[in-house]
Design a protein around this ligand. Structure first.
Ligand SMILES: [Zn+2]
Ligand SMILES: [Zn+2]
Length: 236
């Protein structure tokens, strides 16, 4: 059986007025993942086994902390750090080197780096976002209404533009691939230029010569540009 498609959330994101519909999907999935992780699920054995194993990245640790449920978070970190201490106690830093060799501490360094990068919440988001992007490609091939919606979007952030190019190369071919790449590239560049012009105007407004003129679309140009360049979601 074919993998599940997610036409509803994908269409919803493309119906949203935003600078990147994939960011809109990401934000929704991230909120759901945060709710799930801080909900009753952290007391379930299989979920706790996963949070113990992979932990959380810096960004999601911060977002969980800001949401409250301090007890739930403390319990997850209690059992997670139990494993971390156990593993790291075995990874003592080396000081002595072999003959003509420097001390090798790569196992310890790699353990810490992998742990900092791995994240239960990122994993949950990525798994579904992957299916969402596959769904975009499916809809591109089969749904003319979606195609129009896609063409009328305000483009994408840099990261998700690259993601769309990557998935299209795998999922599409021939004429479908050609038209997807052509339209996606144009959407990306044209809309980057649009937000850049808004940013130019935002900068002009700091000049006394423009102070009585209207803000046009410049007022929130900086947070929108941070959305395009850094995939940041900043509400003014
Ligand atoms: Zn994005
Ligand atoms: Zn994360």
């Amino acid at each position: 059986m074919a993998e599940q498609l997610y036409t509803i959330p994908v269409n919803d994101a493309f119906d949203t007025d935003c600078e990147c519909p994939v960011c809109a999907m990401y934000i929704k999935l991230e909120n759901d993942a945060l709710d799930y992780t801080l909900g009753p699920s952290y007391m379930e054995e299989d979920v706790r086994a996963m949070t113990d194993k992979v932990g959380f990245c810096k960004e999601h640790a911060k977002k969980m902390y800001e949401r409250g449920n301090r007890l739930g978070m403390a319990l997850m970190y209690q059992t997670h750090t139990y494993g971390v201490i156990e593993a790291m106690s075995k990874l003592k830093p080396e000081t002595k080197s072999g003959f003509l060799k420097k001390a090798d501490n790569s196992s310890l360094i790699n353990y810490v780096r992998n742990m900092s990068d791995s994240c239960f919440i990122c994993d949950r988001i990525e798994k579904v976002l992957d299916r969402y992007i596959v769904t975009i490609m499916y809809l591109w091939k089969h749904d003319e209404v979606f195609k129009e919606k896609y063409k009328n979007s305000k483009g994408f952030c840099m990261d998700h533009y690259a993601m769309l190019v990557e998935y299209a190369s795998k999922e599409l071919s021939g004429k479908e691939l050609e038209s997807f790449m052509e339209i996606t590239e144009k959407l990306f560049i044209d809309n980057m230029k649009r937000v850049k012009e808004d940013l130019d105007w935002f900068i002009n407004k700091f000049d006394y010569r423009y102070k009585d003129e209207s803000w046009k679309n410049g007022k929130d140009a900086l947070p929108r540009m941070l959305g395009k360049v850094n995939s940041l979601d900043i509400q003014e």
